[in-house]
Design a protein. Sequence first.
Length: 85
Amino acid sequence: MGNVMVTFRVMPESPETDLEKIKDALLKLGSKKVDTEPLAFGLNAVIAYFVVPDAEGGTEDLEKSVKSIEGVSEAEITEVNRTLF
């Protein structure tokens, strides 16, 4: 078994939510990289990339942790790819 790269789209509670705090929390969870993606009406999403073991249920705990970050309205996995890490 190897690892997979999991990409999350993290939505803030409002356009006024401090995205830097969300980004910092994602990095503390082990995100390898975070980006900001403009959506509409001043709302931005945070895109976070994690490397996790390729095992059944390997993303469930991570998904719960991401959703529990203060200021996060919702988080969804948008992509899972095999990686060489």
